[in-house]
Design a protein around this ligand. Structure first.
Ligand code: UTP
Length: 490
């Protein structure tokens, strides 16, 4: 396993400096109106005091003051002015009117980039996965119907199949957080990196931010622990730079980063067409969209604001605009964001330097220590977490590009324990996909009206990454090939 550096200068400093300068740190917090952070100081052991000082030193008090004056001061319901927004253009799929030749060209360019070793896979896996309520890093959650492969294993096998197809080994970067870093590394070691070359799998932690109450006071989660949480997937840009990952990419001739989230087993981790479109258009940051299924669907919207590409969250865009339709009856703001991006390495370096992503506020239930030193688990939101979002980099990118993808082929996130986007729907969406591929190759599996087969089976990425590769592998099996309950094709 290749370990990119894990500590930022701020973190290293945080460890070294407080030992000799505790009073100056405490004084700085007092001057900033945050003295409650040291409310239990006198009752702490010297080791606990050092821990608390190290965490305190990670905090940029001027940044917290700025956020208190802006985000915390505004009520959560306050929205911006969206009257100037128009829908963003995108490249439609060939089956939806796109230019087949242009898509073919894109695939060729992407495949050449993969053969040349210019591309790395990048998974953001630092989230807390609170909605799923699973105890462990989300990437370790089992998702396949029979062999119970974890999300990480599914991605590892897709990455392996891709590198074998193009004859060039891939690097895979995985961003974790302080909460799940050790457990994530342990999981990979325990599973022998799922057959990947461990020197090409790189883990690094994202940054973190303190949570505050509604008055802007930094919360403690224990007498010696500040309530810290990951700084959002937008933190990935800074973390890629400061961990040394960008430097490593440069040394290895990688200039293109394929970004995906940890929760979607249908994702094409490294998609030649997407990479090809990105390179062909000399885009610094490209994104995939899919048409929203209905106005209330909880996807961000690709829009143009003063000519710049932006993503406006579903919770921000007024519902009246989300319901607007064009002259053909199609949703006007139809382009939904599914958090798939291709990023230019130098663009990430530039964004990381400028630290230009804005923070967003999220009102959450945050366990905290009250004045008597007891831990309180609130029933309702009691504080604010600060997060940056990776799509906020889009307006800074040159030639940003949006291409369409197919929901059935590429989007089945596991977000909730039950209902929509849950383990059950994710299993069904995988079965539907494999059944489509199999039936296109002549396997003749009966389905219900939603395309779901009456039994479970599995198709490993080593057998097929898509419909075309399925057909090729299926043909090799010969005419006796059959899929029934319990079949695992690999
Ligand atoms: P989500 O928005 O689904 O958040 O993250 P989450 O934290 O995983 O889950 P909930 O909201 O608590 O239920 C989308 C993607 O961004 C990553 C997640 O790991 C997931 O891949 N992410 C999110 C980070 O890497 N860091 C963060 O700080 C937040």
């Amino acid at each position: 396993m290749a370990q990119v550096w894990c500590l930022s200068w701020r973190e290293t400093w945080a460890i070294l400096w407080p030992v000799s300068h505790p009073q100056s740190i405490i004084e700085a917090f007092r001057a900033a109106g945050q003295e409650q952070v040291f409310a239990f100081w006198d009752s702490l052991s010297s080791e606990q005091q050092q821990n608390l000082l190290a965490q305190a030193q990670e905090i940029d008090l001027a940044e917290i003051a700025r956020l208190n004056a802006t985000l915390v001061a505004q009520s959560e319901g306050e929205k911006g002015d969206f009257s100037g927004l128009i829908p963003a253009p995108f490249e439609p799929l060939p089956q939806n009117g796109g230019d087949q030749n242009a898509w073919n060209r894109a695939r060729e360019i992407g495949e050449n980039a993969l053969r040349a070793g210019r591309v790395a896979a990048f998974t953001v896996a630092g989230g807390q996965g609170t909605r799923l309520g699973y105890d462990g890093p989300k990437g370790t959650f089992p998702v396949t119907p029979l062999t119970q492969k974890s999300l990480f294993q599914v991605f590892a096998e897709k990455i392996d199949a891709t590198q074998k197809r193009f004859g060039a080994p891939l690097h895979w970067f995985i961003m974790t957080s302080h909460i799940n870093h050790d457990a994530t590394e342990h999981f990979f070691r325990e599973h022998d990196f799922f057959g990947l070359d461990s020197t090409r799998v790189h883990f690094f932690r994202q940054g973190r931010m303190p949570a505050v109450d509604f008055a802007g006071k930094i919360l403690l989660e224990a007498p010696d622990q500040i309530a810290m949480s990951p700084d959002g997937h937008g933190g990935s840009l800074r973390a890629l730079a400061r961990s040394g990952a960008l430097e490593l990419m440069k040394n290895e001739g990688v200039d293109t980063i394929s970004y995906f989230q940890v929760d979607n087993p249908l994702v094409r981790c490294v998609d030649p067409e997407f990479i090809g479109w990105h390179l062909q258009k000399q885009s610094e940051m490209s994104s995939k969209m899919l048409p929203k299924a209905y106005p209330e669907e909880k996807l961000g919207h690709f829009c143009l604001e003063n000519g710049r590409l932006v993503v406006v969250e579903y919770s921000d865009l007024p519902m009246e605009m989300q319901r607007q339709r064009d002259e053909n009856g199609r949703l006007r703001f139809v382009a939904g964001s599914i958090a798939l991006h291709v990023l230019d390495r130098d663009f990430v370096a530039r964004m990381a330097q400028e630290s230009s992503l804005p923070f967003h506020r999220a009102d959450k239930k945050i366990p905290f220590v009250n004045a008597s030193g007891e831990v309180v688990k609130p029933e309702a939101p009691n504080g604010i977490k600060f997060e940056t979002f990776v799509f906020d980099a889009l307006p800074f990118a040159q030639n940003p590009l949006v291409i369409e993808t197919s929901r059935a082929e590429e989007f089945a996130p596991v977000k909730n324990a039950q209902g929509a986007d849950s383990p059950q729907t994710v299993i069904e969406d995988q079965l539907r996909q494999w059944t489509r591929w199999a039936n296109a190759a002549g396997a003749n599996i009966a389905t219900d009206e939603t395309g779901l087969p009456p039994f479970s089976f599995e198709v490993a990425p080593s057998f097929a990454l898509d419909e075309t590769s399925f057909a090729q592998s299926w043909e090799k099996l010969g005419s006796a090939a059959k899929i029934e309950a319990g079949t695992v094709l690999k």
